[in-house]
Design a protein. Structure first.
Length: 342
């Protein structure tokens, strides 16, 4: 039996969505320690799994690995389609668990495209591998096609930069009671529309913020500048998405973000991916105040929802082979992907 645990991720945006530049996409994001996905797999003669999405990933894993079958149990799952990377983290967790249960190396970066993951952004794959703050290299613009490629017909963007996040930083995450974010065919259609009309000047502004503010700030452990910078990257991305999502931020995220920014406990606030998840950057000393500010912001706009404060995750997904007889062996993390713990 093998258990794999992975954390959520925040996606601050892309470096470029214009066909006028040399490279397209280039995701920017960070790994969170929670919420988490935790799955368990054992060898079997067929595929047995009660979780619909995990069952499909288990079937693909069995085919890709050429093994007889697997029994997969999902103990924890990320909320789906809210901007926290639920699909990629579940797909890679299931694949890694099934591979290790059959004594195979997961090779998640190589296999992610076959699982229909990592096409535009490489942030989810990179955070699964090693955690931290990640900037991926994107794709050469000539690879852009009007039609979505079939699964497996792309490679995951390489990691251009990765930095550990200071242990005392925190991310307050609010999940408003709202419709799920764009996903599947709707997301593909929206992204295609955005790319075909994106203003290249926005990418120039994002590049300046990333290189002159965000990257120096994380290397110098400057929480204030980092928070402002990633929030600005998100706001600039919103200028590209405005026609697709009803504004720089999708409703009701914009109103919540505006109120959250008023709090002295938060530096930089924005929307993760298509939302409705939103975040604020803070630190350990201000975490309680930031949590209360997020709850107050939700209440002020008449929107219910959940609020949590997450630590950064500076390691990849954990793989564990519990000791025989353990009743809850998955409650503790093992080592990163590629290192087996017994």
């Amino acid at each position: 039996m093998v258990q794999v645990t992975a954390g959520a991720r925040l996606h601050f945006g892309f470096q470029n969505l214009s066909l006028a530049h040399e490279r397209l996409y280039g995701g920017v994001g960070v790994a969170l320690d929670e919420p988490r996905v935790r799955v368990e797999a054992t060898p079997a003669r067929s595929v047995d799994c009660d979780h619909p999405a995990a069952r499909e990933y288990a079937r693909r894993a069995v085919d890709l690995l050429d093994v007889p079958g697997t029994a997969v149990t999902v103990h924890e799952a990320l909320p789906r389609h809210v901007g926290l990377g639920s699909g990629t983290q579940l797909a890679l967790s299931v694949f890694a668990a099934v591979a290790r249960a059959h004594d195979r190396e997961p090779a998640v970066r190589e296999r992610a495209p076959d699982l229909d993951r990592g096409g535009r952004s490489g942030v989810g794959v990179a955070t699964f591998e090693r955690g931290g703050f990640v900037v991926d290299a994107g794709h050469p613009v000539e690879r852009f096609t009007a039609d979505r490629p079939a699964p497996g017909e792309w490679s995951v963007p390489a990691v251009a930069a990765r930095h550990p996040v200071p242990d005392d930083w925190r991310f307050v995450v609010a999940l408003p009671d709202a419709e799920p974010g764009r996903n599947g065919d709707d997301e593909d259609d929206s992204m295609r529309s955005v790319v075909e009309r994106a203003d290249p000047a926005v990418a120039d502004d994002i590049g300046a913020v990333l290189l002159r503010r965000a990257l120096p700030a994380i290397t110098e452990r400057d929480c204030e500048t980092f928070g402002d910078a990633v929030a600005e990257i998100g706001r600039l991305n919103g200028a590209w998405y405005a026609d697709e999502q009803g504004g720089v931020y999708r409703p009701p995220v914009g109103d919540v973000v505006a109120r959250l920014r008023e709090s002295s406990a938060v530096t930089g606030a924005g929307q993760s991916s298509w939302g409705p998840a939103l975040y604020g950057v803070t630190d350990r000393d201000r975490a309680d105040a930031a949590r209360e500010a997020a709850r107050t912001a939700l209440d002020a706009v008449g929107c219910g929802g959940e609020v949590l404060v997450a630590r950064p995750r500076n390691r990849g997904a954990n793989v564990r082979e519990p000791e025989a007889g353990s009743s809850d062996a998955g409650s503790a993390d093992g080592g990163p992907v590629g290192e087996r713990k017994r």
